[in-house]
Ligand binder design. Structure first.
Ligand SMILES: NC(=O)c1ccc[n+]([C@@H]2O[C@H](COP(=O)([O-])OP(=O)(O)OC[C@H]3O[C@@H](n4cnc5c(N)ncnc54)[C@H](OP(=O)(O)O)[C@@H]3O)[C@@H](O)[C@H]2O)c1
Length: 413
């Protein structure tokens, strides 16, 4: 039994003592909308653990785009979605990236110990899912969910509930906020770049990276570079150029030098020719950035509607456009003639499995991938950080908010 009903943030209970109540940032259905309003601080019950669950005393949390969507209640209402699956809570206590200390473990957990300093990867699936038990990729399992988006009690909670397989080693050289900000984007980027054999990054390969100074992009630049590839960065403002070069880009393209964005015009319309000349000029800019006339073997996509027709054209013969989001819209257009004749692949990709999360964490542990922490905010600024992201006004890299950590820079050893 806990001696206290509720601890303040940063007030550490004796190791292993779990209070019945905790602080959390939540969304409720009656305030869906702008993230600065939809995300509010509350006191809620500390969750119960299942046999294979782990409770993490969260020191810092990363901020991800998925909880911008959760706050908006669009494209899915995550609360209604979970209630359909039988979960009673009428709130979403989200957060998909955490660093912290293991505080309690379920009865069947023997691979994680209380007191360990950890980070959490956000691939969640039913432990008894027959697909998972058969040894197939859990990210394709019927029960897969994104932790802290499609599950409750994520990293915007004083105590987060995760499954033991999600727990990874915290890099000792990183502060709590650096450790808490990278895993979701890094693991997603790793699966995009290394999960779809034979279209994986090999030494010398050119890889085009959209939104290269963003959370996903900054991770992609460094992963491609660590694997010996040649990342070409796309940005929208010159102040991001040096950042991309520092993270391994061999060249940088400013997308504002072009105007052909958005859906591809009908191939028989007069607009098609002008559109195609924009696309060809962009392809030439790739060669100039790369320093050779070579097309990208992999196009790392997530903007979607605005950029995908261009991605489809510039991708090399036999290459792959790999996409994990449609931030600018879902209604994509593609010139199929180039797609089939040059035998390109359009591959969807979503988060990462345990092995891919482990592999990218090894790159972080080895100092080959930096979390690219941009800015650290307080717990009470969780809504504000999502609002910045929603408006594309957030600083480049990955943002974090302190949860139980009381000051920036703590946690290095
Ligand atoms: N499926 C998954 O597992 C998964 C995992 C992580 C993230 N995501 C999704 O991936 C998307 C990006 O996430 P993130 O964390 O990288 O977000 P982010 O930090 O906001 O970066 C996205 C970048 O996209 C670029 N962008 C914005 N509008 C654009 C446009 N019209 N055309 C081209 N580029 C544009 C921006 O860079 P410039 O303005 O400099 O070009 C921005 O920095 C989000 O929708 C997120 O939900 C999906």
């Amino acid at each position: 039994m806990s001696k206290k009903e509720l601890y303040s943030l940063g007030e550490m209970p004796p190791l292993g003592e779990v209070p019945p109540k905790m602080h959390a940032f939540t969304v409720r259905q009656d305030r869906f909308g702008e993230p600065s309003k939809s995300w509010q601080r509350e006191v809620i019950n500390t969750p119960e653990l299942g046999a294979k669950d782990v409770l993490v005393y969260v020191m810092a949390t990363g901020i991800n785009y998925n909880n911008v969507w959760a706050g908006l209640g669009y494209p899915i209402d995550v609360i209604a979605d979970r209630q359909k699956k039988g979960e009673p809570e009428d709130f979403h206590a989200g957060g998909s990236d955490a660093s912290g200390i293991v505080w309690a473990v379920g009865s069947e957990v023997n691979d994680v110990k209380i007191g360990e300093e950890v980070v959490v990867h956000s691939g969640w699936w039913e432990p008894e899912d027959p697909w998972v038990l058969s040894g197939k990729d859990p990210m394709l399992a019927p029960s897969v969910r994104i932790w802290g988006y499609q599950t409750n009690y994520g990293s915007y909670c004083q105590f987060a509930r995760a499954q033991s397989h999600q727990i990874k080693k915290k890099p000792k050289h990183l502060s709590w906020e650096e450790a808490g900000c990278y895993m979701l984007c890094a693991s997603t980027a790793y699966r995009q770049l290394m999960g779809w054999s034979p279209n994986i990054v090999e030494p010398g390969d050119a890889v085009l990276v959209w939104g290269a100074a963003g959370g996903l992009g900054a991770m992609a630049l460094q992963i491609v570079s660590a694997l010996g590839g040649k990342p070409i960065a796309v940005i929208s403002s010159e102040d991001k150029r040096q950042f991309c070069l520092d993270k391994g880009a061999v060249g940088v393209i400013n997308r504002n030098d072009f105007t052909h964005w958005g859906p591809m015009p009908n191939t028989t319309s007069p607009d098609y020719k002008a559109w195609m000349s924009g696309v060809r000029a962009f392809g030439k800019a790739i060669w100039e950035a790369l320093g050779e006339r070579k097309n990208p073997k992999i196009v790392f996509e997530h903007p979607g509607e605005a950029t995908l027709p261009t991605s489809g054209f510039v991708c090399d013969t036999g290459g792959m456009i790999v996409i994990c989001a449609g931030t600018t819209g879902y209604n994509i257009t593609l010139d199929l003639r180039y797609h089939w004749m040059m035998q390109k692949r359009l591959q969807g990709s979503h988060l990462a499995n345990d092995e891919q999360s482990e592999a990218v964490n090894e790159l972080v542990l080895a100092g080959k991938v930096d979390p690219c922490l941009s800015e650290t905010y307080s717990f009470d600024e969780i809504g504000h950080a999502h609002q910045l992201m929603h408006e594309n006004k957030h600083p480049y890299g990955n943002m974090a908010c302190l949860v139980n950590a009381t000051e920036k820079g703590q946690g290095k050893s």
